[in-house]
Design a binder for this molecule. Structure first.
Ligand code: ARG
Length: 457
């Protein structure tokens, strides 16, 4: 039954009905819808807008409806949207008293409230899962402070670093994601109920009470804005997009690290898949999916921003398009974070391969230039001398570590025997003690800083 059939002579066309209905997807918010209604009804009773007995009967029936949906006894069907479904079922269960629930309320402020509750739960879930992922990253980092590996720029070996430094980089990225979500939550956690259809309500309701009952920090300050604001959806999806971008980036590295050419990691059997034709294959499907899942979340962000562009005040039905992207994003983000945390805790690092790679590509050339600079040669000149030394290495098939002291000295008299150790990866790593650097003690400090930040979340 429609909530609005009074002024219509004929029923809605079947195709138009299918097009208009949101029940096939907004059923996802049934818990939020019931919770919002229970709070609204309790407030109506407290304010004397309906009697306490009526409020009690309605709330008890609403709790029963939620419990029956939870256990599968009540199937959500045959209604325009989840709000109509719950209200119809309420009236079916308790008769006319149920018809009082919608006093001083519109589906416009109701749906905005439901979605805020849903997004708030999605944020809390994601923050918890981000914490677990960050913990997995720094736990692995603690064991890899001395594992040398190449740092890349332009995907070419650039300077030696450590695996712990690399892991801690991603821990910092995901930490920002958690902090961003927590900041976003402040703007999500504001109650729009009481805005009515658009111009609020004439009933003497107590919006602060409803807010308190639902755990909101406050109430929206303008009813036109209250029903039509979807900034919180845009903001949540932007935060989610940023998480998925980071997930995509780390998994791109895992994908090529698992290939024979790199061999920096061994994929755990339980987190990789085979090929139907090539018996030798062990594919990084899980990591590729984690890299690719970003697309649908970016899509949800693109969709809501396009829907909201140019919408006049206040509620417009276009806004019904706000939900599916949010639902899909919550599932995508949660599942991706869980799978990635599992992968991070299980992946096997090939320390020797990484360490061997760390000195390749003349990656200690900066070290050599720094050596000359610390002996007084202006850095730009030291850069030129070292460039010529690298050219000498390339032309003679040598690495910087294979050069003799005489070969060094041929390019500058400032070179002394200590240059032979200065150009080793361990020295390059050990010298980078500056805040943010890859020296083992400094990385330990970074890991501890992330740990402390986690406690404040
Ligand atoms: N299903 C609608 C939505 O998701 C609920 C609000 C309906 N309001 C209205 N004026 N038709 O936006």
């Amino acid at each position: 039954m429609k909530l609005w059939s009074g002024r219509f002579k004929t029923e809605l066309d079947a195709l138009a009905e299918e097009f208009n209905d949101s029940l096939p997807f907004d059923r996802e918010m049934y818990r939020e819808d019931v919770a919002g209604s229970v709070a609204h009804c309790t407030m109506l009773g407290e304010c004397g807008i309906i009697s306490k007995a009526e409020a009690g009967a309605i709330c008890a029936a609403l709790d029963g409806i939620r419990a029956d949906i939870d256990c599968g006894k009540l199937i959500i069907a045959d209604a325009e949207d989840i709000h109509s479904f719950v209200e119809n079922e309420l009236v079916r269960r308790i008769g006319d008293t149920g018809k009082k629930l919608h006093t001083a309320r519109s589906r416009n402020d109701q749906v905005a409230t439901d979605l805020r509750l849903y997004v708030r739960a999605a944020i809390d879930e994601a923050v918890g899962l981000l914490k677990a992922l960050i913990t997995a990253l720094i736990e692995r980092a603690a064991d890899e402070r001395d594992t040398a590996m190449p740092a890349y720029t332009h995907m070419q070996k650039a300077q030696p670093t450590t695996l712990a430094h690399w892991l801690s980089a991603y821990a910092n990225m995901f930490l920002r994601d958690a902090q961003r979500l927590i900041d976003c939550r402040k703007r999500v956690n504001v109650l729009p109920l009481g805005s009515g259809a658009c111009a609020s309500t004439g009933f003497p309701i107590d919006r602060e009470l409803t807010a308190k009952l639902l755990g909101f920090d406050g109430v929206t300050q303008n009813s036109l804005d209250g029903v039509s604001d979807r900034d919180f959806v845009v903001e949540y999806l932007a935060c989610a997009t940023q998480i998925m971008l980071h997930i995509s980036r780390i998994n791109e590295e895992f994908v090529y690290w698992s290939g024979e050419e790199f061999s920096f990691i061994r994929l755990p059997d339980e987190l990789s898949t085979g090929s139907s034709i090539m018996p030798q294959k062990k594919n990084p499907d899980v990591n590729e999916l984690l890299r690719g899942k970003c697309g649908r979340v970016v899509g949800a962000l693109a969709a809501i921003t396009t829907v909201m562009k140019g919408l006049p005040l206040a509620y417009n039905k276009d806004m019904q398009e706000d939900k599916e992207g949010v639902f899909d994003t919550r599932k995508t983000v949660s599942l991706s974070l869980r799978v990635l945390a599992l992968f991070v805790s299980r992946v096997e690092f090939n320390r020797d391969t990484m360490a061997k790679a760390a000195e390749g590509g003349h990656s200690c050339a900066t070290e050599c230039a720094d050596y000359l600079a610390s002996k007084g040669m202006p850095f730009r000149e030291a850069h030129g001398v070292t460039g010529r030394l690298v050219l000498y290495c390339i032309e003679n098939g040598k690495t910087l570590q294979q050069l003799t002291l005489d070969e060094f000295k041929a390019l500058s008299p400032l070179f002394e025997s200590d240059v032979l150790t200065a150009v080793r990866a361990e020295s390059a790593i050990a010298r980078r003690k500056v805040t943010g650097g890859c020296a083992p003690r400094e990385t330990e400090r970074q890991i501890n800083a992330v740990k402390r930040a986690l406690e404040t979340l």
